[in-house]
Design a protein around this ligand. Structure first.
Ligand SMILES: [Zn+2]
Length: 332
């Protein structure tokens, strides 16, 4: 049993309370390798933003859970080395699907876990989430629950259609489970194709404009749970510049569409205090790598293409922290 406290990590409790009060959201960035970790930490130290490092089931398969945990421990020391006086870094399990998995992460030093029972019948979701909360809270670890289903595909999480969160369920769910934050479904979705082209309108130059998020449902949820931390998954903006850059250098990313930044800015000012961004990072890195390969075909040193990919990712995350989530300046 390793406590996250011994690794210098923090849980989400204080971080979320401050974010809800301050009208900003904490970035939750996924990582699978060293370059992504470096980009996240460099960006968050330079913008003085607290951060949630997320480990998905795909990441555990790709990079190994133990290795990722040690990387998070290293991230705390790295942040200090870069001049951060008091790193506020959470190591979070993204989309945990069983009690056993959540327990194993808690036992090896994670400071926060998500138990995603959103696909289960309501009562089973309550029972599973409650069981995880009881174990997690005994170790001062935070728990994110989920109500409502997001559409889209990301790692092992996929659903054809989305089901918006029912505001009439949220109070009961939170009081019965004791969870610390709640992921909701109001129209965001996983992956780079967040909406079908027929759901969107088109600009003159063919860019897809998605339908707006269901802010009315968010407002109702906030009324039922005043000040309670709300989480948005699948909140990449899928920047047109990156999609165009990938395609310019040989990629194919048809019908890409994300959540416009102004909508995320609006959400971040509400009780939404954790915003998950993964696809945008994938796009940034892929665009940078494709550019190098196309322009310098003789290059074969991995540092020469992973380095620029890392720098592009850092630039993207600094932009998110400063211009979209408002989390910049909230860490010493
Ligand atoms: Zn998710």
């Amino acid at each position: 049993m390793i406590s996250y406290k011994d690794l210098g990590l923090v849980n989400t409790k204080e971080m979320f309370a401050k974010a809800v009060k301050g009208g900003y959201a904490i970035p939750a960035y996924n990582f699978n390798n060293m370059e992504q970790m470096q980009a996240i930490i460099q960006a968050c130290v330079e913008t003085k933003s607290p951060v949630i490092l997320q480990v998905s089931s795909g990441a555990r398969k790709y990079a190994n859970q133990t290795l990722l945990r040690y990387m998070a421990q290293g991230a705390v020391e790295y942040a200090k080395e870069l001049g951060c006086k008091k790193p506020e870094i959470v190591l979070h399990l993204d989309h945990g699907d069983s009690f056993e998995l959540c327990k194993s992460c808690i036992d090896m030093g994670f400071s926060s876990v998500m138990i995603d029972g959103s696909h289960l019948p309501y009562d089973e979701n309550v029972a599973l989430t409650k069981k995880v909360v009881e174990y997690a809270h005994a170790h001062d670890v935070s728990v994110e629950g989920e109500l409502g289903v997001l559409a889209g595909v990301e790692d092992d999480v996929s659903s054809e259609v989305s089901h918006y969160t029912k505001p009439e369920e949220v109070q009961d769910f939170v009081s019965k489970t004791g969870c610390d934050s709640l992921a909701i479904s109001i129209g965001t979705s996983h992956g780079r194709q967040k909406f079908k082209p027929e759901q969107c309108t088109k600009t003159a130059d063919g860019v897809l404009i998605p339908p707006p998020l269901a802010f009315d449902i968010l407002a109702e949820i906030e009324k039922k749970l005043p000040g309670f931390p709300i989480v948005l998954h699948g909140s990449s903006s899928v920047p047109v510049e990156y999609v165009k850059m990938v395609e310019k250098f040989g990629g194919k990313l048809s019908d890409s569409v994300g959540i416009p930044e102004e909508q995320l800015r609006k959400a971040a000012k509400s009780a939404v205090c954790k915003i998950n961004i993964d696809s945008d990072g994938r796009l940034a890195m892929t665009a940078a790598v494709r550019k190098i390969f196309a322009e310098q075909p003789e290059e074969f040193d991995p540092r020469k293409y992973l380095g620029p990919a890392r720098d592009e990712l850092k630039k993207l995350y600094m932009h998110k922290n400063k211009e979209v989530l408002g989390s910049a300046g909230h860490m010493e």
